[in-house]
Design a protein around this ligand. Structure first.
Ligand code: ADP
Ligand code: ZN
Ligand code: ZN
Length: 660
């Protein structure tokens, strides 16, 4: 009996439909599901992954080629099947999905250097090595933990939502659950939004579990990632902590998967396949007979609707959540409300720390000509350019989509006027003004956003703020992430309705979550705290509920609204975007798709033009599907046949299932 390997070539084009059969010769033992092989492919050769072993092919044996070589870096079989599931679930291709689960660096078919002892990687984020004894649990923690431990013990596939207010001790619950899995000889994965932004949480894991932990994060080199990957696959490390891609950690037997801050948008991958690490975690937990725990102070309506709820209703030590005051900005010109200024002046006088959230980076949001009204736009995208300044220099304008930059304009190209108006203060300008007004050596004013440099700088800004006796931290949503600074007494949100203005059904959820999370940074210590929220929409539902710390009220209303409108979790959204240099081509492709699909129990919306990006016009079709699997399959097939028919055309397509 001949043995045949079904191989998925790691090519990126959608038009190739694998897998392809290869004959295994007698001199090729040791090939199994997950083996990485070099194969002849058409007139060239490529690298592929064996996805199945079978004993017959539809083609005659003598027409099948043999793999040329087995490469190092095979993928565990469970990850191969996870990748095939992802390819279907996210309307992608098996090759693209497999590329995500390969060992770091493996796809290039490189051989690792010989006899290398695994280096300890990720040093900078490891704190201590001796395991630390856990604190006794509070009553609430014990109650929440009970069903999780029971499920881990009994190998039940269960999905929990740990809904605990900020500072309620969720991490300790995760730690105990991980201990239980380890104690049963199983492994655990802990997903965090971004390692550099959550050094404290990570520190607590490494302190508790020491060498059993492998940390994967984007700051690592390929070689270091590979070392961590190998430690996991050999069972030397049994807990993996990392951002969304850590969901693919090559652990053999997973007993628990934790997703911390489950509301974070960073769990969604923006490349193809556009997977959602929360859904992949659920699938992987199911495959391994593992328990899934999603945790947040501001859970998604989807999670409230679908998961078993566990509550931590109070902060540790019963510290009160800080009172939130809404400051009405209507009719005011200055970006800071008089009460905000007073509170900051008082803080500087009395000493203390404040965090200021403004979800808008740069100096000014956009520039316009005072004479003719022209707005400075990106030449490649249909969006306004944002003014950035460095010190007192005139600065530059930049596109936040494509990275285009030019020097800051002084004359209008349309009418010749030299009066340029700046609109919408961003983080740079607020930082500058506060530094001038109250900053000094004993009261540093620090900024944290995507422009304030890379991961290491971000981590060190947080460290600086943490160790300073007093000061201000101003920044975008990054400052609202799960930091635990005991001495922050004042939280401030500027332009709280900025996120509400996005034309997105998740705008309210995001606004509620940002305000609540920022409030969660304040008053964690004995000094108590207060929160000021500047807004033009003091009556907006999300803002009012956030001010009242009423997550249940907000979520109940949000679920009712979504049910009426037929949005997730009461349907699934699938978004298909076509792009091309010419708007007509993108629109024609979108129309062609629209005509071919009619999934059951679905609304098909579009085609609708979107604003152009990077010199490409875009057009989209959105499907609101109540029969998810059927819609995904139908759309996937239609997109693939379109891609085949239009092979070589300038139109490209991306499919996003559950877009965020
Ligand atoms: P959350 O993740 O829910 O925002 P944390 O896990 O950061 O909350 O916990 C808040 C603080 O309480 C942390 O400083 C943590 O060390 C502390 N803590 C957690 N559990 C306990 C406990 N059982 N006893 C004493 N302190 C605790
Ligand atoms: Zn002009
Ligand atoms: Zn641009």
């Amino acid at each position: 009996m001949e043995l045949i390997a079904r191989v998925e070539p790691l090519t990126l084009t959608r038009a190739v439909r694998g897998p392809f059969d290869y004959r295994l010769g007698p001199d090729q033992p040791g090939i199994g599901v997950g083996s990485l092989v070099r194969i002849p492919f058409g007139r060239s050769r490529t690298v592929g992954v064996v996805v199945e072993l079978v004993d017959r092919s539809e083609l005659p044996l003598d027409r099948l080629a043999e793999p040329e070589e087995v490469l190092p870096g095979s993928v565990p079989a469970d990850l191969v099947s996870l990748a095939r599931w992802m390819a279907d679930e996210y309307c992608s291709t098996p090759a693209r999905a497999l590329a995500l689960v390969l060992a770091p660096g493996a796809r290039k078919g490189r051989r690792p250097r010989k006899n290398r002892t695994p280096r300890r990687a990720a040093k900078s984020y490891r704190i201590g090595s001796a395991p630390v004894a856990p604190p006794p649990l509070t009553e609430a923690q014990r109650t929440a933990l009970e069903p999780i431990l029971a499920a881990v013990r009994e190998r039940h596939v269960r999905r929990f939502l740990l809904h605990g207010v900020t500072g309620s001790g969720k991490t300790e619950v995760y730690l105990r659950a991980v201990s239980e899995a380890l104690g049963r000889g199983r492994g655990a994965i802990v997903l965090v939004p971004e390692i550099a932004m959550t050094p404290q949480a990570l520190g607590r894991f490494t302190a508790r579990f020491g060498e059993t932990i492998a940390v994967l994060h984007s700051g690592l080199t390929d070689a270091a990632r590979r070392d961590e990957w190998l430690r996991l696959s050999r069972g030397e490390a049994r807990v993996c902590v990392g951002p969304r891609s850590a969901v693919f950690a090559p652990l053999k037997d997973i007993g628990l998967i934790v997703v911390d801050e489950e509301h974070e948008a960073s769990y969604k991958h923006e490349g193809d396949p556009r997977y959602d690490a929360r859904s992949v975690a659920a699938k992987r937990a199911q495959d391994h007979g593992a328990v899934l725990v999603l945790g947040s102070a501001t859970p998604r309506p989807e999670s409230i609707h679908n998961l078993v709820k566990l509550r931590l209703p109070e902060r540790i030590d019963c510290r009160a959540l800080p009172p939130v005051e809404l400051l009405d900005m209507r009719g005011l010109n200055h970006p800071l409300h008089p009460q905000t200024r007073a509170a900051l002046a008082e803080l500087e006088r009395a000493g203390g720390k404040a965090i200021i959230l403004l979800n808008r980076r740069g100096w000014s949001n956009f520039l316009s000509c005072r004479s003719c009204g022209r707005v400075w736009m990106c030449p490649n995208c249909e969006v306004a350019l944002v003014l950035h300044r460095v010190g007192d220099a005139p600065g530059f304008v930049a596109c936040h989509h494509c990275g285009h930059r030019e020097t800051s304009p002084s004359v209008c190209g349309a009418c010749g006027s030299s009066t340029v108006a700046r609109h919408g203060a961003g983080t740079e300008r607020i930082e500058h003004e506060l530094r001038e007004a109250i900053g000094d050596r004993d009261f540093p004013v620090l900024r944290l956003d995507a422009d304030s440099a890379g991961l290491d700088r971000r981590a060190s800004t947080l460290e600086l703020f943490s160790s300073a006796p007093a000061g201000l931290l101003i920044g975008t949503q990054m400052v609202a992430k799960g930091h635990d600074f005991a001495d922050v007494t004042l939280g401030i949100v500027l332009d709280a309705d900025q996120t509400l203005r996005f034309p997105d059904f998740r705008a309210e959820e995001r606004t509620f979550s940002l305000i609540t999370q920022l409030a969660g940074r304040a008053g964690r210590g004995h000094g108590g705290g207060r929160v000021l929220v500047q807004t033009l929409a003091p009556d907006a539902r999300s803002i009012v509920f956030a001010a009242g710390h009423d997550a249940d009220g907000f979520l109940a209303g949000e679920l009712r609204r979504r049910e009426v409108l037929g949005y997730p979790p009461f349907s699934s959204l699938i978004r298909v975007v076509f792009s091309a240099p010419a708007a007509a081509d993108a629109q024609a492709a979108a129309s062609a798709l629209r005509e071919r699909i009619a999934p059951p129990e679905s609304d098909v919306l579009g085609p609708a033009p979107l604003f152009a990006l990077r010199g490409r016009a875009r057009s989209q079709v959105v499907v609101k599907a109540r029969a998810r699997a059927a819609a995904i399959e139908e759309i996937g097939q239609a997109v693939q046949s379109l891609a085949r028919e239009r092979r070589g055309s300038a139109v490209s397509v991306s499919v996003d299932v559950d877009p965020v």
